[in-house]
Design a protein around this ligand. Structure first.
Ligand code: ATP
Length: 401
């Protein structure tokens, strides 16, 4: 359990509460195309409003790299939050985030009012955890609440720096829920515990593979990272994505699995094509071959049908499943079959199912399986670092219980 003070441990009546949320939502032509992160932030915001706090929200959106970019303004978020909360969320449109608009808006707040600041990454200091911007943010509030799990693996002004200049810093409900779900799954799982890892590169997930091997009963590997494992087993992988610098590492992991008595499942067959689809969703001619029969001039782009069935079976017998990373180039419908099969098996099981954010979360939601999962993390990078067993700076910075 998370041993940090939360919004349940404080009294915010009449106080100015700065809440770091993760409103980093996808936008298209000024419209929010996936509002999961906004919805996930509501319980904390509603609680603080109900308790009579003056609720000042802040977040980053995209990567404006330290300068105001109108297409990354949080204005559309303020408008949508106003609808979701059923009360005005006043937007403080300052290019420097803590400017005249923000100060005036905060000064005029009554208990239960809500203000949203502009994109914190409009300020170049934000991602450098600079002192001046941290102090400016702190000057707006009496209490700080961090509910942005998606950025908890980063130490920035708006989630870590600010806590140095505020007396009380606590976590919100979303942060608590994320850590409780991921923490329970990994450290106290109902067994069998099956972990599924996919995605492009082995190198991105080295520590996750190693850490999960120690915790789970079965580790399933798919996606582009599988081919480095297959090559490490001495198989021909053609022109598939391979990281030759990580062959020894993969061998080590296979030995580790054996030593620990854990199952490490690799694709037994694979979907191949002549080349990577260009554009990514282009029509593409595929065939399915055994993993030991990949021709030298072909590329593996998805797990095969037999592998999909094998992985689905492993999920069926599990009591806890954690999944991060697609099984193939799921952006292309022809190469999404493996990812869909795995998503479907998770949707159909009664086991606790946890999706580690990022592409797998997007895939599950796109397929309409979102409400069939126990928990879909709002943070890809943060959930990965958590699965690695790392401390998250955004969580560490909150006051201990
Ligand atoms: P995030 O980091 O957002 O959480 P993720 O962990 O879910 O994402 P990534 O490591 O970013 O996943 O990898 C996802 C990408 O991997 C997808 O764009 C997909 O097309 C690509 N991919 C999957 N299988 C293959 C393959 N066999 N060859 C090349 N690319 C692949």
């Amino acid at each position: 359990m998370l041993n940090k003070k939360s919004v349940d441990d404080i009294n915010v009546k009449g106080k100015k509460v700065l809440v770091r949320c993760d409103f980093n939502v996808p936008l298209k032509d000024g419209k929010i195309t996936d509002e999961n992160r906004l919805v996930a932030a509501l319980p904390t915001i509603k609680k603080l409003i109900a308790d009579g706090g003056k609720v000042i929200l802040c977040s980053h959106l995209g990567k404006p790299k330290g300068e105001p970019k109108p297409e990354m303004s949080l204005a559309p978020v303020a408008a949508r939050l106003t609808e979701l909360l059923g009360q005005e969320v006043k937007f403080a449109a300052d290019a420097n985030v803590v400017g005249e608009n923000a100060k005036a808006a905060v000064a005029a707040m009554k208990d239960g009012d809500v203000v949203l600041l502009e994109n914190t990454r409009y300020r170049v200091e934000e991602t450098k955890n600079g002192e001046a911007f941290s102090k400016e943010l702190a000057s707006l509030c009496d209490v700080f609440v961090n509910d942005a799990f998606g950025t908890a693996h980063r130490a920035h002004c708006s989630n870590v720096g600010v806590t140095e200049y505020v007396d009380t810093s606590v976590v919100g409900y979303l942060m608590q829920k994320e850590i409780d779900f991921l923490g329970n799954a990994v450290n106290n799982p109902e067994r069998p515990f099956v972990a599924i890892l996919g995605g492009a590169k082995v190198a991105d997930k080295l520590n996750v593979i190693s850490n999960l091997l120690e915790k789970c009963d079965t580790l399933i590997i798919g996606g582009g990272m599988a081919y480095t494992f297959l090559k490490a087993k001495g198989l021909e992988v053609g022109t598939s994505l391979v990281d030759d610098t990580k062959i020894d590492y993969c061998k080590e992991m296979m030995e580790k699995a054996e030593k620990l008595g854990k199952k490490l499942l690799l694709p037994v067959d694979t979907t191949i094509a002549k080349a990577f689809p260009d554009p990514i969703d282009a029509e593409i001619e595929i065939s399915v071959v055994k993993s030991d029969a990949i021709p030298a001039d072909m590329m593996g782009l998805d797990i095969g049908t037999e592998t999909a069935a094998l992985y689905a079976d492993a999920v069926k017998s599990a009591k806890t499943v954690v999944w991060n990373g697609p099984m193939g180039v799921f952006e292309n419908p022809i190469l999404a079959k493996g990812t869909i099969a795995v998503a479907k098996s998770l949707a159909e099981t009664d086991a606790t199912t946890i999706i580690g954010g990022g592409d797998s979360a997007a895939a599950v939601n796109q397929l309409g399986f979102g409400d069939k999962m126990t928990h879909i993390s709002t943070g890809g990078g943060a959930s990965l670092e958590f699965l690695e067993g790392k401390d998250l700076p955004g969580v560490v910075a909150a006051d201990d219980k």
